[in-house]
Ligand binder design. Structure first.
Ligand code: PLP
Length: 362
């Protein structure tokens, strides 16, 4: 086999080699069925069992209380930007949003198509380089929910603490940091995440929602866009993205085998410290984009003083087996995405490469 790349892609992103190898082993014959999981009916006992097991694993690993429903949906997190206001934002109420960056902005834009919205806090004036202070945030009393983006994948910022919204349901887009650290799920009304960053491949979106919020959707919205359709049918209303759900299943078992979510958090801390330390000890050669207090443990954004050198960094890194280090076009600079599945060895190699690059160009 050719050497595995040092994969720092932002999404779709690295998957553990063990998970890929297991999928490879089971590709043509799943559970002695004489066929792959892609070829079998989603109404079969084998598929239903796998669907159930995936839910249970997620419940156990993420500590999801029993009064929450778990859904496996399609359309990406971007479809949730619409489903949330369609289902949960009635006339006369307002959807409250915290503007932290590119993804929060997209969620807000979509909600505006369906109802009243308000921005309760924003860091836009600082180019979204931090999570705004929310200790005294004022949420309108007629808010239907408060929406936060737990990790801004493009800017590289992450909440260290979530706002307290009282009786108002807190909704979290955790697409780029779900299962990377323990979360008190009971603080949230609804959590959603596209799988392709921390949970598996693209094609499936996880929605975790408090029962009372998704029991009955407004009658006027389309069947597939209603949470109650998917809750009532255990995410099997229509053909699910079966292979994606299966890979999430393998990925969850992998997280479990590594000691669960708390162990992942420690592992991620070790990984990112190598790179943030390199930035901080570079005497200004590298500059972190995010404010120190808002730095993400998933997407590490940084710059070099000249764009020429940034281009050279990307080029040389690619020649050395690194993938995905170019920053998002809207922010520029450099970005290393270090999701759960990115091995410590990749981060060590990157830190060494950064030191060496500075030596040659500093
Ligand atoms: C990637 C991402 C999305 C969009 O996900 P899709 O599955 O492509 O729709 C939304 N929010 C965050 C925080 C993301 O990182």
């Amino acid at each position: 086999m050719t050497k595995r790349a040092y994969n720092f892609n932002a999404g779709p992103a690295a998957l553990p080699l063990e998970v890929l190898q297991q999928a490879q082993e089971q590709l043509v014959d799943y559970a002695s069925a004489g066929m792959s999981i892609m070829e079998m009916s989603h109404r079969s006992a084998i598929y239903e069992q796998m669907n159930e097991e995936t839910q249970s694993l997620l419940r156990e690993l993420f500590g999801i209380p029993s009064n929450y429903k778990v859904m496996f949906l399609q359309g990406g997190a971007s479809t949730q930007f619409a489903m949330i206001p369609m289902n949960l934002l009635p006339a006369g109420k307002v959807g409250a949003y915290v503007a932290t960056g590119s993804w929060a902005d997209k969620a807000l834009k979509e909600a505006k198509l369906f109802g009243e919205t308000t921005v309760v806090a924003s860091s836009e004036a600082d180019k979204f380089n931090r999570i705004p202070d929310l200790s005294n945030v004022e949420i309108p009393s007629n808010a239907a929910y408060l929406h936060v983006t737990s990790n801004e994948t493009i800017e590289g910022t992450q909440y260290k603490q979530f706002p307290v919204a009282g009786d108002i349901p807190l909704i979290g887009d955790m697409s780029s940091d779900i299962l990377s650290r323990p979360v008190d799920v009971s603080q949230f009304g609804l959590i959603y995440a596209g799988a392709q960053k921390n949970l598996g491949p693209s094609g499936v979106t996880i929605v975790i929602a408090r029962e009372d919020l998704v029991q009955e959707s407004p009658k006027s919205i389309a069947t597939m866009m209603r949470y109650d359709t998917h809750v009532k049918n255990n995410s099997l209303y229509n053909t699910p993205p079966s292979f994606s759900v299966y890979l999430v299943n393998l990925m969850l078992k992998w997280v479990q085998s590594r000691g669960g979510v708390a162990a992942m958090e420690q592992y991620n801390r070790d990984k990112t410290q190598l790179i943030y330390d390199t930035i901080d000890q570079s005497g200004g050669f590298y500059r972190g984009f995010a404010d120190a207090g808002s730095r993400s443990a998933m997407n590490l954004t940084f710059r070099i003083h000249s764009e020429e050198l940034e281009k050279q960094f990307v080029k040389e890194s690619e020649a050395n087996g690194f993938v995905g280090l170019k920053g998002h076009r809207s922010v520029g600079g450099l970005r290393a995405s270090t999701y759960n599945a990115v091995p410590l060895e990749s981060c060590k190699a990157l830190a060494e490469f950064m030191v060496d690059f500075q030596k040659r160009n500093g």
